[in-house]
Design a protein around this ligand. Sequence first.
Ligand SMILES: [Fe+2]
Length: 397
Amino acid sequence: MSLQVLPLPLPPSADPAKFAEFGREIKGFKPSEDFNDPQYKEIEQLLYKHGALLFRDTVVTPEAQYALTKAFDPTSESYGHGNNKTQATKKSILHPDLKTVPRTPQVQVIGNGTVYNYEGLAEAKLKHPHHATFHKTKISQEDELNGATRFYRWHIDAALYDLSPPKVTTLYAVKVPAGQPQVCRYDDGTGDELKVPLGTTAFTSGATTFDILPPEYKSLAVRAKVRYAPHPYVWMAPAHALSTGLGIESEGLEVPLNELPAWEESKVKTFPMLWKNPVTGALHLQVHPCGISSIHIDPLPAGASREGALFPDGADITDLKEARDLIYKMMRPGIAPQLVYPHDWKEGDLVLFHNRGLLHSVVGAFKPDQVRVFHQCNLAASSDPEGPSVEDVKKWA
Ligand SMILES: [Fe+2]
């Protein structure tokens, strides 16, 4: 069957120029069956080129979803956050959101409401994460009744400790409750807001976030590495997020390092701030803003102009607030309303996204009787992401 590659329908809020290469709907390929087909290689290229691929009206078993996800990284095996049975993961803020399919522990059931006798789970209480459980400030009840909501948490799917960030995440919509659109508010003094379908998943491109940076910040980004806290989701559990969901308020609430579950320096993750796309070669600004603990910046390479350069001699930014403020300044432009793709989920949608090239966020709030069921799969990768090449540093520093 020949592949049809169609643009994703963009909402009026999106700037079409910035989304020319972003996202495609694929027809003529059965993702649940054809991942062994030679055409699969074409799908892989399209995924890295466009960041997100949508397949409509699919029927995908957990086994097939796992196999499809694994096809992008054949030697990967375990769920992106490892198994969630250990002490460390029980204390993690992610724990309540994850219900594992017993026969395919790489596939998680997520959503809202309670389902019974579902995929081997006698009873699964699903809870769509609500901003009030994570953000420092909350939308008033009255505004929420009128449809106001927030981005819950902008992130990459990644353990950020010990395991390598998954290359691809697959999200399969089994049950999508109908409901009115909501208005996602940034509440950061800018007045920014975005009309979104109920329970959307919001995506932004890390390549665009890099692309729109002023030259001095591009120079900084290409020289920077970000260190994450050990067991970051346990570490951040007592802390509160910013109203945009793009990082944590610096209130000193993080779990002290010596009170975390046992950790080893060798498993702490330090990643380049920019991750290189394996197909396009583009640089994607890929930082999980909630988990960062410090930033290392290399000096400018020999011969680079020092005029207007930030940290020309390099720096180690170990003050948590300073590191967070810098990351926020660099990433906030990338989540501007016109740069966000809010997917309008329909039952049977399967979305594959390049987890090392995008940021995404849960959005919205459901009532308890609005049952939503999704299957999510990603696999801790076989290797860490690649950063900028020597040529990239020369070009941008
Ligand atoms: Fe996610």
